[in-house]
Write a protein that binds this ligand. Sequence first.
Ligand code: NAP
Length: 261
Amino acid sequence: MTKQWADQVALVTGGARGIGRATVQRFVAQGAAVAINYSASPEKAAALADEIRAAGGRAIAVGADVADAAAVNAMVSRTEAELGPISILVNNAGIGWPATLETWEPAGYARLRAVNVDAMIHTIRAVMGGMKARGFGRVVNISSVAGHGNTGFVGNHFYAATKAEVNILTRRFAIELGPHGITVNAVAPGLTRSDMTQGKRSDAEWQALVASFSKLAIMGRVGEPEEIANAVAFLAAPEAGFITAQVLTVDGGRTDYIGHG
Ligand code: NAP
């Protein structure tokens, strides 16, 4: 692959695992320098950064709970000091929260919103001054098909609501930042293999989930993290400057509105 992104510096939140990790690797393959944010996975982030540097790439591991605005500001300052001005921000960090109306409680809900929604506000606010000054930026937020409002996975209500908020804020932030040369888009994955989906399930439970979701998708399968990363890279590319305020669904045709016969 041609290394076209040698002048790009990317910050990927939750970059040590899953979709974030695949995104980091995709950006590095393009030649970008990448800050790999982590919260609970310092060893994985450090190992990935070491691996990238050993192969001749540029990467650092940067810790921050993205729900904490001060920690996010410190992370951005450190990234810019060590790698240079951030031109690409990927808000990938996210958590699930299996709750229903019966089990809802305020602390869990507040934490869900803090990580899935507030963090995106903190990170964009932290990088936008520099992006505005340079007249260039790419922001990609990781949403979910759950945020489209036409899926019904049990116990996913409040997670879906946070992702709907991600979609709306993506479009609204695009309006605010577009005049400064900054695009803001989202990628909405369907079920994708990662710790979030596979991690806490037995092999049998995972195979059953894959079988049931595969039946719903035109492509007849679930997604791989690299396939989500490809869509993120498309929207983060320097050439994507005329695409903004979009939510790109990457779900193998599960939420296609066509119907499935
Ligand atoms: P994952 O494997 O569980 O990874 C989640 C990532 O988020 C980890 O790197 C984790 O980092 C990070 N993270 C969580 N809380 C954080 C915090 N407070 N501060 C910093 N980082 C934090 O899940 P994934 O599937 O790759 O999910 C990535 C994104 O895709 C999420 O936004 C998720 O909602 C979205 N998504 C996933 C699917 C799917 O089917 N997998 C579908 C639709 C949308 P640490 O380990 O360092 O804490």
